[in-house]
Design a protein around this ligand. Sequence first.
Ligand code: NAD
Ligand code: WQD
Length: 366
Amino acid sequence: MAVGSVLVTGGTGYIGSFTTLALLEAGYKVVIVDNLYNSSQECVNRIELICGKRPQLYDVDITDEAALDKVFDEHPDIDNVIHFAALKAVGESGEIPLEYYRVNVYGSLCLLQSMAKHNVTNIVFSSSATVYGDATRFPDMIPIPEHCPMEATNVYGRTKITVEGMIQDHVRAMRNKAQKEGKSGEEFNGALLRYFNPAGAHPSGIMGEDPQGVPYNLLPLLAQVAVGKREKLFVFGDDYDSKDGTAIRDYIHILDLANGHLVALNYLRDNHPGVKAWNLGTGKGSTVFDMITAFSKAVGRDLPYEVKPRRDGDVLNLTANPTLANKELGWKTQLTLEQACEDLWRWTENNPQGYRQEPPKEFVEK
Ligand code: NAD
Ligand code: WQD
């Protein structure tokens, strides 16, 4: 029997698909809404191949409130929402800011309104380490705790800060309203999960990140170099104040990150905290050169790179202090950077065209 029903927006995307898998494996029923803007339906087949269960997918845009209403109407058992659907390219967000505000902010508003109409009171929201901006401006804020002041350096990050605030205001108002009516209002809760840098793929080699356009992030680009789609990696800056001059990030295995959503959901249900933010990261920083070395080792050969000037808007160090999530959620990363690189390589080697090709035969014949 299902332990609960969760609506997952953006559930066919990279992090959403892995969270859907983790939810199904834990016994939840999952309904996905995704307009497939940056994803493929094929990932639903892969989820089913891995766990034997299939989420129900609605091709719905989150800015279409009436369509969201219809999904909730058809699934009155949905009691939680995990909200991933968003546009996420930092550079693009500066070029088409209004589109980012429309999808990320207005889309979240439509979702919250539709949830309110259907008495769905818990939301887990995909926030980002990017909300901290350049945390190195505060000497005692590395690794970054949740109370680090937020000051995004890009439009994308500002949409995340805006939605965090909107969820806080909404939950506070719903609780106040309930209390005025003599009720506790404790059923209204939100988790703001600030992810650091997701990495890796499923160890089976049949599920992974499949960005639709030109990738922007380090690991998908390195993977393209490894399969020969790209001649070399451009390293953006080797003049940072780090051990080798390249910038430091906190790379977290996608399975650990997905699991963080389950524990956050359980925490909301069991503890009714109102709205709380948690960092999801390992607490360990790695430089760009560390990553090239780790991924080259997984591939079994050196990967070519060339040092270029720093990328606009990049910061020296985004490493999480994950103590709060460790203590409150009882969540800690289990998997290593080496495993993330090996899993990413297995996925890339098996699926050079991502989800635009059949899964490897041994899976279909099983
Ligand atoms: P993704 O692009 O793979 O997934 C997002 C999904 O949302 C896609 O499947 C896309 O088709 C869908 N979507 C986009 N616009 C939509 C709309 N209007 N209606 C319905 N669906 C829509 O991205 P991801 O890496 O899985 O990121 C998931 C969430 O996590 C996003 O909110 C992102 O901002 C956040 N995040 C990502 C990272 C990262 O590095 N990947 C880091 C921190 C936070
Ligand atoms: C990692 C490091 C680059 C590409 C971004 C968003 C953040 C979050 C995760 C959503 C940096 C360097 C990269 C390349 C390189 N997303 N790099 N050559 O910038 O930490 O974070 O994605 O919320 O909000 O800002 O990730 O993977 O792009 O870069 O040298 O071709 O790799 O300079 O130091 P980033 P990234």
